[in-house]
Ligand binder design. Sequence first.
Ligand SMILES: NC(=O)c1ccc[n+]([C@@H]2O[C@H](COP(=O)([O-])OP(=O)(O)OC[C@H]3O[C@@H](n4cnc5c(N)ncnc54)[C@H](O)[C@@H]3O)[C@@H](O)[C@H]2O)c1
Length: 356
Amino acid sequence: MTTTDSTATKSAMAASTAVPPFAVISGAQVQRALHGREKQIVELVEATYRVHGAGDSVNPPSYFLRFPDRPSSRIIALPASIGGDVRVDGLKWISSFPENVKAGVPRASAVLILNDHDTGYPFACLESSIISATRTAASAASAADRLSRHRPRPTRVGFFGVGLIARYIHTFLAGTGWSFDDIGVHDLSADSAAGFRCYLEQSGATAPITVHDSAEQLIRNSDLVVFATVAGEPHVSDPSWFAHNPLVLHVSLRDLAPEILLASTNIVDDIEHCLKANTSPHLAEQLTGNRDFLDGTLDDVMAGRVTVPTDRPVVFSPFGLGVLDLAVGKHVYDEVVRSGELHVVDDFFHEMSRYG
Ligand SMILES: NC(=O)c1ccc[n+]([C@@H]2O[C@H](COP(=O)([O-])OP(=O)(O)OC[C@H]3O[C@@H](n4cnc5c(N)ncnc54)[C@H](O)[C@@H]3O)[C@@H](O)[C@H]2O)c1
């Protein structure tokens, strides 16, 4: 190798291990990057499920920080690493404080840290409640589509628990081509039901909206049921309410008694993740002592390895994978860079010379 070659190689190595600048991305910037891109984000989430299904990811169990003095609250850490085209590592750190809602403050707040693949250096901190709601809604919209391809497409949707996540799911359904003949709403809080109805009317939804006081009536009158409550344990336990075989997006994970899951086709995002933290699938595993009630993952359905029967309810229980936050977060980062509006924090990493 000539001196010139060796110098070029060294400078190429230095460039590839250069520490990236550290940026902070606000919620307003996140929203600008994601607004109106529902189809694109659903495609991104589906591609991420494929990468994860192919094993090109690391997604350890989420860590739940709980507090003896505030039992309804928690903060969850979701570390993850995704390969494929995204190639980024990172951590979502998301709080759930349900009491916030009474004070007019959203339940969940979050940040997402993205770490550089080559150096491990964190290179961005993003507001992440919007990213989290977006990836959750995109996953739900994907499931609604993929799980209804071999059965009559639902025309009557029922939202069970109508906070921020239900709003994002409706936006994603509408943004990916769904329209409904009827929209049902059920919530323990009359204020939430009224707020959601107001959102639906402003969103341009033309279907009649019915607020159901009865959980049973909401379910019996819907062939797509979206659970987005904050229930900590099952409160819907009568399998006969599901006799019309609806498609159920069980996003809040703990609403359904195991008996309902045992009478349904069960699709999850990741089997190991879903069978934890007293989710309804976890309770069904504890009740039966096995995992036979699980039919597969959404990736299995997308790849055609699992077909969904039409003669039972279908329940999609997504635990919510950190790799989805990373993929959507990196997409936001790239968009903000492209727009020329990346706010870099100068000198964030300061001790950069080993011996000073
Ligand atoms: N699986 C995932 O990937 C994922 C991701 C994000 C959020 N979530 C879950 O989505 C849920 C909703 O989140 P959010 O931010 O919209 O919460 P939120 O507090 O804004 O809204 C929840 C609504 O559910 C209602 N509710 C609570 N218990 C109910 C019950 N038993 N019956 C009917 N209504 C009930 C509340 O009154 C409230 O209006 C949470 O459980 C959250 O953990 C899941």
